[in-house]
Design a protein around this ligand. Structure first.
Ligand code: GSH
Length: 245
């Protein structure tokens, strides 16, 4: 049996997706939590050696390291255990659910009147400081600074924010349409698409968007996903405030 270690962060949506896949696959794994918010352990040399993009999650399978949530869950699916492959729509659901801008959904409620999110501005300062301290990570940090600038510009653009909220709503509407005729997102059996949909819906619920699906097939679906032992075991977060994320 391979030794599985998941490097993750409790509130990170990608980490929750990976945890759900591992738990639904009935695999034993150890969690090594990386604090990506306060102490920024993702930039520690030992972690960047594992995950050169300095993000969570990372899965270590004995000596093999897998990064990127889509790669992680598909690697997990190839391991022994219940079949989570779903049908021919599974992979496109994974891509569509992953493609939403979860950061915008989270920070749009933390804006000062001038359209700046203090935490994101502080993040930019942290990255500039890190660039001086860690010249060895210059390329990575420059990319992150560029992303930070784009994010700040987006948060200052109310129409841009609304477009991302509309994309999230559109995903819920598509799920509602699909779940009218099937029990799970990608067919009649639980699949990786359900791991992703569950984590996304949990996040939307925290943002106060559960009214989007109140009278749709998603309501019964989400209740069923919550009843699965994996919801608690994978520590999916769907209550509390946005500040807890
Ligand atoms: N494409 C990557 C994205 C991972 C990612 O963005 N993770 C976020 C948490 S959900 C992170 O680690 N952020 C750390 C940071 O912003 O410094 C994946 O799917 O694994």
């Amino acid at each position: 049996m391979d030794d599985l270690v998941l490097y993750d962060h409790a509130g990170s949506i990608c980490s929750q997706m990976a945890r759900l896949a591992l738990v639904e696959k009935e695999l034993r794994f150890t969690r090594h939590q990386i604090d990506i918010m306060e102490t920024n352990q993702q930039f520690e040399p030992w972690y960047v050696a594992l995950n050169p993009k300095a993000v969570v999650p990372t899965l270590k399978i004995s000596e093999r390291v897998v990064t990127d949530t889509l790669c992680i869950v598909n690697t997990v699916q190839d391991m022994p255990g219940p079949d989570l492959s779903g049908d021919s729509t599974t992979q496109s659901w994974l891509k569509d659910i992953m493609a939403l801008h979860y950061g915008v959904l989270l920070y749009r409620n933390r804006l000062d009147p001038n359209g700046t999110a203090r935490q994101i501005v502080a993040r930019g300062h942290f990255l500039e400081d890190l660039l001086h301290r860690r010249p060895d990570l210059a390329a990575l940090i420059e990319t992150r600074l560029e992303g930070n600038r784009r994010f700040q510009a987006l948060l200052a653009d109310p129409e841009g924010i609304e477009r991302h909220v509309a994309s999230a709503r559109n995903l819920v509407d598509r799920l509602a349409g699909t779940l009218k005729t099937r029990s799970y997102v990608a067919g009649e059996t639980y699949s990786l698409a359900d791991c992703f949909a569950t984590a996304a819906l949990a996040r939307f619920k925290i943002h106060g968007f559960s009214g989007w699906w109140a009278d749709t097939s998603v309501a019964d679906y989400y209740a069923r996903m919550k009843q699965r032992p994996s919801f608690a075991e994978a520590q999916v977060i769907d209550s509390g405030t946005e500040r807890d994320l």
